[in-house]
Design a binder for this molecule. Sequence first.
Ligand SMILES: [Zn+2]
Length: 438
Amino acid sequence: MTTDCQTPDRQALAQAIAQRRPWAIDTLSWWVRYGSVLGEEATAQEYIAGVYEDLGFDARLEPIDIDAIKDLPGFSPVDWSYDGRPNAVGVFDPGENKGRSLILNGHVDVVSPEPSSLWSSPPFDPRVVENEEDGETWMYGRGAGDMKGGSTCFLWALAALRDLGFEPASKVIVQSPIEEECTGNGALALCANGYTADAALIPEPFNETILRRQVGVLWFQVRILGKTMHVLGTGRGVNAIEKSWVVIQALRRLEEEINAPENIPADFAHVAHPINLNVGVIDGGDWASTVAGECVTRFRLGLFPGEKVEDLKARIEKCVADAAAADPWLKDFPPTVEYVGFQAEGCDFDIESDFGRMLRAAHCEWRGGEPTILDATCTTDVRFFNLYHGIPSTCYGPKAVNIHGVDEKVSIDSMQRVAEVMATFIAQWCGLRERTET
Ligand SMILES: [Zn+2]
């Protein structure tokens, strides 16, 4: 038997969430400890699947079949394997949809903490500092902020609702995809496996703001050939590492042109320097006493919503070709541009949609005012839901500092605030009923 019931009152909810705080800190600590850089996600996934089970979800670990996704829109090419690197997903199906169904998604992968010697404590040994100078309680650790802290918020909200004797009255799917930080192929595979819902919420660490739009991201690498030579004949050799500088400078000029005020679309006019080029990796030469014969430089460049990845590729290839044509060596040995990783388009979210309004209202209810609206200069997995599946999707997550950097940390207090808003949002979007299982 099921019984319809009201949304729990705010005070009861606040209390239930406060009581779950030690559990949330413990859950996040363990999850951070199971560091999950590219290729090493399995243990963290097994761990979180267990948490899903504890919260009443039917948990699954799903391998990624690259042949099943490689022709889908949004796919990003890779040169690595998916063996032993599952997505984790949990399904709660009440057997009815009294309200609307919901996906709660947070990527498991974290970026490398290197150089870890610069951290004040080991990056995968999380450390909670109560009441730092700013009065907030923080957890330090790689992935605490981006984004296991955010994912813990929705588990925290669901746990508190359970403690009060409630469960969602519509289907809820919790997801922990791999590869948000390099391809998005984890989220792509989840969508391809048929996990859809009426809305998808991703608690990326955007400081309790609501995401309205995000840029796309393209990864590319430029391979330059030089002329190897013993250092005795350095003058007759051509150093591929040094030649990479010709290409880097040309791409910096392209970045400047893209960010010129007259070239920025109105939607991003208020964002300072929305499109960023990053020189992320340089891999050249193989011997200190040999003139470097080959250099591969890996870049990341953004693109505006509405722009096509293929058009940006053409622009990059022309930029590299023009720079090569003006160089005495490269004109005869032109660099090649290759693509591995992100081929992500930008996208928008309608904050006036039912989903947007309800999430903003839940924030207002707890915080007493409208949330700040964010136009982000990075990408997130919301694009798969928004662009390819017609599922409205946005980000709303806690405050974090130094994500991708040294001494990354997440505010536990902010996580608690996000859990409050999420509990109210889940109650209103999905509806609640009395818990039927024991
Ligand atoms: Zn993230």
